[in-house]
Design a protein around this ligand. Structure first.
Ligand SMILES: [Zn+2]
Length: 80
């Protein structure tokens, strides 16, 4: 089971960014680098997304993106 990042749309998160009680996972999205429960506590997902896009839609993790990774494709999956 994997979850999509509500900021960048990356579909490979290990945990839901927030559970059914609203508790954050504190997982860091390897794509946009947002830590759920930290960055998104003060700033909306749409604003964080706009910043990530303005910054060039760069992959965040040192591990590098999946071979078929495409920022624009995953962004189209976000319906917020
Ligand atoms: Zn993300």
């Amino acid at each position: 089971m994997s979850f999509a990042c509500p900021v960048c749309g990356f579909p490979g998160l290990d945990e839901a960014p927030r559970d059914e009680h609203g508790c954050a996972s504190f997982e860091i999205c390897p794509c946009c680098g947002i830590e759920f429960g930290y960055e998104d506590a003060m700033t909306s997902h749409s604003e964080l997304r706009a910043r990530w896009i303005a910054g060039g839609k760069r992959w965040w993790s040192y591990k590098g993106p999946p071979p078929d990774w495409d920022a624009d494709t995953q962004l189209t999956r976000i319906n917020e």
